[in-house]
Design a protein around this ligand. Sequence first.
Ligand SMILES: Cc1cc2nc3c(=O)[nH]c(=O)nc-3n(C[C@H](O)[C@H](O)[C@H](O)COP(=O)(O)OP(=O)(O)OC[C@H]3O[C@@H](n4cnc5c(N)ncnc54)[C@H](O)[C@@H]3O)c2cc1C
Length: 398
Amino acid sequence: MNKHIATDQTGNLNTSNLQVAFCTKTNSDLKLAHWLFSLMGKPALVKAGGVATVWALKLGLPIKGLIRNTIYRHFCGGETAQQALRVVAKLAAAHVHTVLDYAAEAQVTEEGFNAVRNEILQNIALAKETNSFSYISIKLTGIGHKAIFEKLNGNIVLIPEENAAFERTENRLDEVCAKAAEAGLIVYIDAEESWMQNPMDMLAEEMMRRYNRGRAVVFNTLQMYRTDRIQYLQDCLRRFENEDIILGIKIVRGAYLEKEQERAARYNYPCPVFTRKEDTDQSFNQAIDIALENLNRLELCAATHNEYSTTYLTKRIKLEKIGEHRKRIHFSQLYGMSDNLTFNLADAGYNASKYLPYGDVATAVPYLIRRAEENTSIAGQMGRELSLLEAEMRRRKL
Ligand SMILES: Cc1cc2nc3c(=O)[nH]c(=O)nc-3n(C[C@H](O)[C@H](O)[C@H](O)COP(=O)(O)OP(=O)(O)OC[C@H]3O[C@@H](n4cnc5c(N)ncnc54)[C@H](O)[C@@H]3O)c2cc1C
């Protein structure tokens, strides 16, 4: 593929090169995507469908096949990491990296936490053996108790058993980061709800101290819909000022807006997230500015489907002639969304990746419901996806 063709001198990214955007999609993939995004445009259907799916699975009704061949096929890589390698190879052929994401939701037992840790360790071994992907992601509620994160966040003193459990969580994370560092991989630690995030930030920073020597192995995620994250980013930079480490910062807008607002209203505390979209947008772009000023000691991942933020970053990279440090900037989108950004970014020579979840169908259902809900707005992402798919179908005369 021709590198450096998709941006002009000003860094304007051509995000509507359809041939590039859909280079990995067969005609039947396109038709499936079109059908799905059309259905997702009906919020009442998505709401009812989500509830019905959860109940049908609980009752053991035979709907897994239907899910597997539709929404699951569009948003997930397969039921096992081995199966996901087929998608990984397709992405790699278009110079797109994969962030392999084991789609286990929050666990509640020590066995569950150990199983998630073991799965991720196996993935690191698989990456090393196959040399096919170099990023993994981890959700800390997959390897530690929510209740303990919540207590620590509220400065509540833990009882000895809880302290021991938290230590085990830290050890699990440490094993993952140590193995990833050894294998030359990158670990993205996902951000979760604000009422658990402080101890998660603390763990992420501790891992950076241990492993981000010379390069960023560990990335913490900052949700820029939070009113305090610009301050947190600046504090983080200050805290690490005299340490010889590279900060890893992944910025997202944030996935739990309504939950955050509802909880703050229920317990009557100041809402930790913005209430206007433009404030979140502004904070996201400000985080880009701060990151670019500190590229000598920071690596940035802009994880977004927002076209303005993406092209804002490509323009700044181009105009400011960031040069060598350009490899410290990563872009990432979710598999099944915004292919026009990911593939055109990769085609233009940027470091672009897809978050690729995998796991058995039932486990992936909460993730799929979140994707469906996120894509219900005709004015937002869904409308954009649909019009691009329609344009590509016309181009292919389907
Ligand atoms: C690769 C990748 C990794 C991700 N990892 C995480 C993660 O670790 N943790 C996490 O929480 N999320 C994560 N997300 C999801 C992310 O936080 C967003 O929910 C999603 O990407 C949509 O935001 P956007 O920037 O793509 O685009 P946009 O469509 O421009 O923005 C939508 C977002 O804007 C914000 N918003 C919308 N309305 C308002 C309003 N009225 N007031 C204030 N803010 C508003 C919300 O955050 C909403 O999700 C990830 C996304 C990607 C692409």
